[in-house]
Ligand binder design. Sequence first.
Ligand SMILES: [Zn+2]
Ligand SMILES: [Zn+2]
Length: 194
Amino acid sequence: MLKPLAEYEDLARIAHGHLCAGQILGLRMALHGVHLLELDDPAGKDRKRLVTYVEIDRCMTDAIGVVTGCRLGKRALKFRDFGKAAATFCDLDRGRAVRIAARETSKQRAAEMYPEIEDKNQQQMRAYRELPDEELFEVAWVRVAPPAEDLPGYKAPRVVCAECGEGISFRREVERDGRTLCRACAGERYYTPL
Ligand SMILES: [Zn+2]
Ligand SMILES: [Zn+2]
């Protein structure tokens, strides 16, 4: 059910608007992840069992979504803003997870492989298609235990913030001095009302 890399490249180009080295690295990373988890149809029959945590919001993040089918709106893509070229692929059915990080040396390896290609993006694209997984990635089996409210399909009544009156899903409310508040009203607001 998994497609050849070239087909994923076409899908990634459409989804992301261009193809670049970061996309290829993301495609390779996700393919390696689902392979290690022994899922052969992540975007199809296995779609309900796979959750992916991404640690950066860059080109590779979209590519990971292309292979895994994990999307923010399906609650199957989790963003942890660590600024790292890494992702953790979790098989909910078997309760196991593998974290894959791009090696810091991958750019250097690309330069060694194709010194004659001057354009760095082209150089890395070519190398990232060809380098073996072991040279591109560091792999670690890890435990991830997402709470039920983080998982796709979680259902619970919405509650209403006692301060702003907006509805809150997925148990994201907080208790402050006996009041139920949304995270914004509890002090995590990322915007300033004008
Ligand atoms: Zn890109
Ligand atoms: Zn509120």
